[in-house]
Design a protein around this ligand. Structure first.
Ligand code: DGP
Length: 141
C-alpha cells in the first residue's frame, strides 16, 4: 500500500492551513462538514493521527473515530430530525477513497429521501455554517 501523504487536503485542514466547518473536536478527533454533502448535515469524522485509511490506523485511534462518529450521529438525529444515519468509509482508490486521510462519513437520512450522488454539488457557505452550528450545539448540549 502507498504511505501516508501529509499534503492531502484533510491533513491541511487538520493543521489549520485550510478552513473547515467544524462540528466537533477533541485531542484525537476532528469532525467537520463535507462541502459536497450527500444530505444536509453530512459530516466527516477524522483521526488527528496521520492514517491513510482502515488498513494503517491503530486500533486505538480507530476506536476514538467511531466513538466520535456516534456522537455526531446522535446529534444529527436531534439537530436534523433524522430518521436514520448512513455511515460510509472508503479504503484506497479501488475501494472508492478519494482523499487519503481516513474519514468516516456520517450522513443524516430522512425516510424516503435518496442521498445525492457523491461529491456532486458544493453547498453554499452560509448553509454549511448554519448546519455546523446546529450540529455542534446538539453535541455540546
Ligand atoms: P472519499 O475519500 O471517497 O470518502 O471522498 C472524499 C469526500 O471529501 C467527498 O465526499 C468530498 C469531500 N471533500 C473533498 N474536498 C473537501 C474539502 O476541501 N473540504 C471538505 N470539508 N470536504 C471535502
Amino acid at each position: 500500500m502507498p504511505s501516508y501523504d501529509p499534503n492531502n487536503i484533510f491533513a491541511k485542514i487538520l493543521r489549520g492551513e485550510l478552513p473547515c466547518y467544524k462540528v466537533y473536536e477533541d485531542d484525537k478527533v476532528l469532525a467537520f462538514l463535507d462541502i459536497m454533502p450527500r444530505s444536509p448535515g453530512h459530516t466527516l469524522v477524522l483521526p488527528k493521527a496521520p492514517a491513510r485509511n482502515i488498513l494503517d490506523i491503530s486500533a486505538d485511534d480507530l476506536a476514538h473515530v467511531i466513538t466520535a462518529a456516534q456522537k455526531v450521529a446522535k446529534a444529527a438525529v436531534k439537530a436534523f430530525s433524522a430518521d436514520g444515519i448512513t455511515i460510509q468509509q472508503f479504503n484506497e482508490g479501488a475501494g472508492g477513497q478519494v482523499v487519503f486521510h481516513l474519514h468516516l462519513h456520517v450522513i443524516p437520512r430522512k425516510a424516503g429521501v435518496a442521498m445525492k450522488p457523491p461529491a456532486s454539488e458544493k453547498e453554499k457557505p452560509d448553509v454549511l455554517a448554519e448546519h455546523a452550528k446546529k450540529l455542534a450545539a446538539a453535541i455540546s448540549g
